[in-house]
Design a binder for this molecule. Structure first.
Ligand code: G3I
Length: 302
């Protein structure tokens, strides 16, 4: 096929992008979005500060706009994200203990209920593991409510939207031998063994160079998949967008049957949170880059 989404669909996968509600009025942006992608992730609009700016007062306008744009065009939506140490509104940052735990669970319940039936996957919990060699949890106000906060969030999301696929999402979990990767792996293994509802693991894949992404990434994807979860590449961008690195990442996903899709973290370089690094598949003028051609060719060579 001639587009990323249609080509991925022929391989039984989705190819998506992060979308910003504020850009849906940009014709160049939506032309590429509607042509190329069959999955979207709201870049910021479903985060806690956006959806519950005041405690108990929910705000869904921008998120609903993205969902409506996507679903009316047959694109699947990944919800991002219900529980995270970052992008918390001020009121949540000031809570702790059982009060915070209840507020977090209420947030999960309310937001997952609002989007019930519209979101295929939820990033229920984002970035809960620490960087470095420890392999343990990141210290955060949520972690300080008790080590079972992640499992509690997944159970609340499952109760609110039993049909959504519930994912754990993180970065720097690409290298199979890294302590952080192994820590997340052990958590997923534990959840599966105890029946905690988890369906998928997202690998953000914010890579910083053509050669830095690990040669064992495919091993990481297949190892997690062997636990009985789908795996997704959820926020792909690569410094300077080397075509060979984009091709290799695409082929890593295609090599793992349960790697069911790839999402890039923005459309044009100018849309990127790392716009100074030109990490995406379209340049700021909306022209396809060499990395685009490499990804499309990989999707079509199987
Ligand atoms: O929209 C406001 C604007 O009104 C305000 O004047 C301005 C002043 O700072 O901020 C604007 O909001 C910014 C928002 O992006 C929209 O541009 C926030 O400050 C800024 O923090 C926010 O950055 C986002 C970042 O997550 C933090 O949540 C990036 O767009 C987004 O790409 C990035 O995405 C994260 C994923 O959610 C999780 N994984 C890592 C990834 C990259 O950091």
């Amino acid at each position: 096929a001639t587009t990323l989404g249609a080509s991925a669909a022929e391989r039984g996968r989705f190819f998506g992008t992060a979308v910003a509600a504020g850009k849906l009025g940009d014709g160049s942006y939506t032309t590429i979005l509607n042509r190329e992608f069959n999955q979207v992730t709201p870049e910021n609009e479903m985060k806690i500060d956006a959806t519950e700016p005041q405690r108990g007062q929910f705000s869904y306008g921008n998120a609903d706009r993205i969902v409506q744009h996507a679903r009316s065009r047959g694109m699947q939506v990944r919800g991002h994200t219900l529980a995270w140490h970052s992008q918390q509104p001020g009121w949540m940052q000031s809570l702790s203990g059982s009060t915070l735990r209840q507020a977090m669970l209420n947030h999960v319940t309310q937001v997952a209920t609002h989007f019930r039936g519209q979101v295929t996957w939820w990033d229920v919990v984002n970035e809960a593991f620490a960087d470095g060699s420890g392999g343990g949890r990141r210290d955060s106000n949520l972690q300080r409510t008790g080590n079972d906060w992640i499992e509690a969030a997944f159970r609340a999301a499952d109760a609110a939207d039993p049909d959504a696929q519930l994912c754990y999402n993180d970065y720097n979990t690409d290298n199979w031998t890294a302590a952080k990767t192994q820590g997340v792996y052990r958590m997923v293994q534990d959840f599966k063994s105890r029946g905690v509802p988890i369906d998928c693991v997202g690998f953000q894949a914010h890579f910083t160079g053509g050669s830095n992404y690990p040669s064992n990434f495919r091993t990481t994807l297949s190892s997690f998949a062997a636990l009985g979860v789908d795996v997704h590449i959820t926020e792909l961008d690569i410094r300077n967008a080397p075509a060979d690195a984009y091709r290799n990442v695409t082929n890593d996903c295609l090599a793992v049957p349960r790697c069911t899709g790839i999402t890039v973290w923005g459309i044009r370089d100018s849309d990127s949170w790392r716009s100074g690094e030109s990490p995406l598949l379209f340049n700021s003028g909306g022209t396809k880059k060499a990395a685009y051609d490499a990804v499309l060719a990989a999707l079509n060579s199987g």
